[in-house]
Design a binder for this molecule. Structure first.
Ligand SMILES: NC(=O)c1ccc[n+]([C@@H]2O[C@H](COP(=O)([O-])OP(=O)(O)OC[C@H]3O[C@@H](n4cnc5c(N)ncnc54)[C@H](O)[C@@H]3O)[C@@H](O)[C@H]2O)c1
Length: 340
């Protein structure tokens, strides 16, 4: 059933790809983004790819109650997808209060406004980082959580707040999606990952080295207990993540209360494996240097994606080569991202 969906952080990396998916499947999309880590140009491109306009875009802060009231008053919102957050693990240790303020304060402000305006469907962007330092892989939703950095703790705190609210608001339906490592770009080459400043994620960093914007890769530690000593992550194509949100909306009314699902592929790749795959896709040499481990990083995070498959019949379809090919295609077409 087509819905009017409020997408916070809709101009960001995962948000913009999700908006394409929502528009392409007939939903109306309203966006709230302060563009602290995104460009309005991404939204022009979303509408271009989907061949349909975004219903409305509000530039503002998700913590601002007056902005939220205006959005919920003006649009007949049926469901909310909440991407807006800060996401850099390293930075979260430098400015933890800002992370709690934006990630946790943004979520409580949003849920409180939803409640007051009678909106009861929420898809929340959580993260595999909530599992933290673990030796058990693959990780199912029942695996213990042990976040190792402030960013991950903000995500776990939000999950716990949402579970508490669900216990008291029986009509509320929340799906917390724990993404593993979204990577890649839209195959059109129009949308991709273009964070402000130095990329915190590995794939855009590799892409910027390949086009000559950065010199070399710092590999944060090669003494982890993994086959080549570098950290292993479960990279999932951003188009798969976007599709996962569309499917989540189809299933949000299946059950009341809060449910948690992993969005991953079940296949891990080390830093050096991803680097080689990117070299193969781009034909560009990548130089790297091994440096100290980054505080808060862990050896291996790989999903057991079977719960989401059993519940919705949905699984990620793209492999690492497709992620590298599409990320490279975007970077080549957009040397300096969305800048003119
Ligand atoms: N990309 C990843 O590796 C990853 C992994 C797991 C979870 N997540 C989560 O997924 C979500 C989206 O991640 P992303 O990679 O697209 O990040 P992103 O930074 O590209 O997108 C976030 C968007 O939210 C906006 N935003 C930030 N603070 C805001 C505020 N206070 N008010 C309004 N807008 C605000 C930014 O401008 C940006 O457009 C985040 O919640 C992130 O924590 C991301």
């Amino acid at each position: 059933m087509p819905r009017t969906v409020l997408v916070t952080g809709g101009a960001g990396f995962v948000g913009s790809h999700t908006c394409v998916e929502l528009l392409s499947s007939g939903h109306e999309v309203v966006i709230l983004d302060d563009h602290s880590n995104s460009s309005p140009e991404a939204l022009e491109r979303v509408a271009k790819i989907a061949g349909r306009p975004i219903a409305a875009t509000h530039v503002g802060d998700v913590r601002d109650r007056r902005t939220l009231d205006a959005v919920f008053t003006r649009h007949p919102i049926d469901a909310v997808i909440h991407f807006a957050a800060k996401k850099a693990v390293g930075e979260s240790a430098q400015i933890p209060l800002a992370y709690y303020d934006i990630n946790v304060g943004g979520t409580t402000a949003l849920v409180s406004a939803m409640h007051d305006h009678g909106v009861h469907r929420l898809v929340f962007s959580s993260s595999c980082s909530v599992y933290g330092d673990t030796t058990i892989v693959p990780l199912s939703e029942e695996s213990p959580v042990a976040p190792t950095n402030p960013y991950a703790r903000t995500k776990l705190t939000c999950e716990r707040i949402l579970a508490d609210v669900c216990r008291h608001v029986p009509e509320l339906r929340v799906l917390a999606l724990r993404y593993f490592n979204p990577a890649g770009a839209h195959p059109s080459g129009l949308l991709g990952e273009e964070p402000h400043g130095v990329p915190n994620n590995l794939m855009p960093y590799l892409a910027q080295i390949a086009v000559g914007r950065r010199e070399e890769l710092s590999v944060f530690g090669d003494d982890y207990p993994t086959p080549d000593g570098t950290g292993i992550r479960d990279y999932i194509h951003v188009v798969d993540v976007a599709e996962g949100h569309r499917v989540a909306l189809d299933h949000i009314d299946d059950e009341p209360g809060m449910r948690v699902f992993n969005l991953g592929t079940g296949r891990g790749a080390s830093v050096l494996e991803l680097m080689r795959a990117f070299q193969d896709a781009s034909g560009q040499p990548i130089t790297y240097r091994v440096t100290d481990r980054r505080p808060g990083d862990v050896a291996e995070l790989v999903a057991d994606p079977s719960n989401v498959y059993n519940a919705w019949g949905w699984a990620a379809r793209h492999d690492l080569a497709a992620m590298c090919r599409d990320a490279w295609h975007f970077q080549r077409q957009n040397l300096y991202g969305y800048a003119p």
